[in-house]
Design a protein around this ligand. Structure first.
Ligand SMILES: [Zn+2]
Length: 289
């Protein structure tokens, strides 16, 4: 891994890095002057490099719609992301080249950015971190304004003062002999844990095996793998507005007392610390053979 920080000459550095691409350029950059970078983008497409770009849907990016449409016609995937409110932004400024080089910093790909104090760091040969950026990119590429709105909105609990309601897909601890695991989607208060079941018997055929197979692996590996898988899993239940996915886990302590909890394995965007990593309940999610 090689890390280099730059505080000047950002446009040239970005162009030089983009020119090195052999297969794919993925960029999430809030503001892009598509005219300024048009030649570089066209050159990439002519060399049959996959070009995927997300920028913010705002008037300054929309000025370049002719340019954008032309790039799209030549095969580029370009998304102008709409946010639910003018105060929310897709504020990233990163690009991933061939899945291994990361360009990241404060620098927008615009003329104006060249007049400000900005930074850009180029990280080469960093597969694992690049993967995280690519996952973030995919998540933003798939997400729509309405989904962002739903995920940002939390309903208040009627049972307590400070609680917020979240939808959590909780998988049972047990699985069938064919490694099928079943779960329920519960709407739970993050404060008093009052809950309602909103969908039952959601089936999954990989989660049990995945968690058990990887339980011997290192923490990083385990988490990375599960998170990636759960993200795909969520995509197949996208109509449910799931804030998090968890699994029931019971343990017996030294006094032979059963202790049961729901371990949160994955959280959707905008959930953060609104949901702790473990909930002191199994929410009646129990499916056996
Ligand atoms: Zn509550």
């Amino acid at each position: 891994m090689k890390v280099t920080a730059y505080f000047e000459d950002h446009k040239n550095i970005i162009e030089e890095e983009l020119k090195k691409a052999k297969k794919e350029v993925v960029a999430a950059v809030a503001w892009i002057n598509f005219e300024l970078y048009n030649d570089v983008f066209i050159a990439l497409l002519e060399r049959e490099i996959q070009l995927k770009i997300i920028c913010t849907d705002n008037p300054s990016n929309r000025r370049y719609m002719d340019c954008i449409k032309n790039l799209q016609k030549k095969g580029a995937v370009i998304k102008l992301l709409q946010m639910p409110s003018n105060n929310n932004h897709m504020h990233h400024k990163f690009a991933i080249i061939d899945g291994v080089t990361i360009l990241n910093g404060s620098f927008n790909w615009s003329l104006n950015a060249a007049k400000s104090f900005e930074n850009l760091t180029v990280i080469e040969n960093c597969n694992s971190e690049a993967k995280k950026f690519l996952r973030e990119f995919d998540a933003i590429l798939k997400i729509e304004k309405e989904t962002i709105k739903k995920l940002q909105k939390f309903s208040r609990c009627k049972n307590c003062i400070d609680g917020e309601l979240l939808n959590v897909l909780v998988f049972s601890e047990q699985s069938t002999e064919y490694s099928e695991t079943y779960g329920d989607v519960i709407c739970v208060c993050n404060n008093c844990l009052e809950f309602d079941k909103i969908e039952e018997c959601v089936q999954d055929s990989q989660i049990y095996t995945l968690i058990n197979e990887l339980s011997g692996a290192s923490d990083d590996f385990e988490y990375d793998h599960i998170e990636e898988y759960l993200y795909q899993h969520l995509a197949s239940h996208s109509d449910l507005d799931i804030h998090a996915i968890g699994k029931v886990k019971s343990t017996v302590d030294w006094q032979d007392n059963d202790d049961v909890e729901t371990r949160i394995l994955w959280k959707n965007k905008f959930v953060g610390d609104r949901l702790p990593d473990s909930l002191d309940h199994d929410f009646g999610v129990y499916y056996d053979n």
